[in-house]
Design a protein around this ligand. Structure first.
Ligand SMILES: Nc1ncnc2c1ncn2[C@@H]1O[C@H](COP(=O)(O)OP(=O)(O)O)[C@@H](O)[C@H]1O
Ligand SMILES: [Mg+2]
Length: 320
């Protein structure tokens, strides 16, 4: 491996898992509780669950952006949390709110992820071009991101996440704005990342996406719950039966109110990775990667909330 590929993580063949052990994350209440997971290299892992169930928080801890209150996230026996909120170089994100820089071109938004890892400008641009091509948006390379549609921006964000050849790729609802063809394209590319040996985790509301993953975990109110068969019909994903102690102590309760009915705006100082209004103040910042320091406004967010109630109902665990 060259020094550069070692530094950038590009083309790294990793055969290691991302382990989450005893994870909780507590602000004024527990947003995550008792999470034990092995996210395996070479597989596509889906994390689903209702809006507000903790998917984004889980990915933030898994990627080292947020320090868990208890427990550890480790990859290759090293902790993901480095004490600063900066992720390790082998981690890449596709953020739920894209995290693109509006005034840069699509190509620049992708190449900046490589530049931040020390790749020279020419190589970074070439690799950015190739990454855009993977998502069939080569023609958008020179366009400013703020001119693009939501679905186009989402594909740029996917290109940026995949371009670095990360050992750990954490994609937060990466297909929420996409039609079926592009959704399959993104899943195919995520699959390719897994096949070169990466840990690939996809937070999603979409049963069709879940169905294309190998392993599926469901969160409800910050806890892992048993897999619900109704949303796992035909595909490759392997339902995960959790030990009894991991199931919620109480029957599932009705879904939390959808964001549009909540009066509070997103926390002004700590928008973090979240694009939804929150119930309570944040006591710790939810950090972002350095190269993803500018976020789009939350109100340009996904339009996939129309069917959220149905999807949430499908994901929700029936009472005992
Ligand atoms: N910055 C924050 N401050 C306080 N609570 C938050 C913050 N971000 C998220 N939450 C709360 O944490 C819970 C989980 O949120 P999140 O991880 O974004 O869920 P999901 O990604 O599944 O929609 C929600 O109840 C949400 O209201
Ligand atoms: Mg989320």
């Amino acid at each position: 491996m060259t020094t550069e590929t070692a530094r950038t993580g590009a083309h790294a063949r990793v055969a290691t898992s991302l382990q989450l052990s005893g994870i909780s994350y507590v602000l004024s209440r527990a947003l995550l509780d008792g999470i034990d997971l092995e996210l395996r290299a070479g597989e596509l892992t889906a994390v689903s669950g209702p809006s507000g169930s903790g998917k984004t928080t889980l990915l933030s801890i898994a990627g080292g952006l947020v320090e868990p209150t208890t427990g550890t996230a480790t990859f290759g026996d090293r902790p993901m949390w480095q004490g600063t909120g900066d992720p390790r170089p082998e981690v890449a994100f596709v953020l739920q709110v894209y995290g693109l820089v509006p005034i840069l071109s699509a190509r620049e938004n992708v190449s900046v992820a490589l530049r931040a890892r020390g790749v020279g400008p020419r190589e970074a641009d070439e690799r950015a071009e190739a990454a855009l091509a993977r998502f069939h948006i080569s023609d958008l390379g020179d366009r400013q991101v703020e001119e693009l549609s939501g679905g186009q921006m989402q594909r740029v964000a996917c290109a940026r996440g995949l371009v670095v050849g990360a050992g750990v790729l954490l994609a937060d609802e990466p297909t929420s704005e996409l039609d079926e063809g592009n959704r399959m394209l993104v899943l195919t590319e995520l699959r390719a990342e897994a096949e070169r040996g990466a840990v690939v985790v996809v937070a999603t509301h979409d049963p069709a996406v879940v169905d294309l993953c190998d392993t599926h975990y469901v969160l409800d109110e910050g806890r892992l719950v048993d897999h619900v068969e109704e949303v796992h019909l035909t595909g490759r994903s392997r339902p995960v039966q959790l030990p009894r102690h991991a199931a919620p102590a109480e029957p599932a309760v009705p879904a939390e109110p959808e964001p549009e009915v909540l009066p509070e705006p997103p926390h002004p100082e700590h928008p973090g990775l979240h694009d939804e209004p929150h119930h309570e103040p944040l006591h710790e910042p939810l950090h972002e990667p350095l190269h993803e320091s500018q976020h789009r406004a939350a109100d340009e967010g996904p339009d996939d909330t129309d069917d959220t109630d149905d999807v949430n109902a499908a994901f929700r665990r029936p009472g005992p």
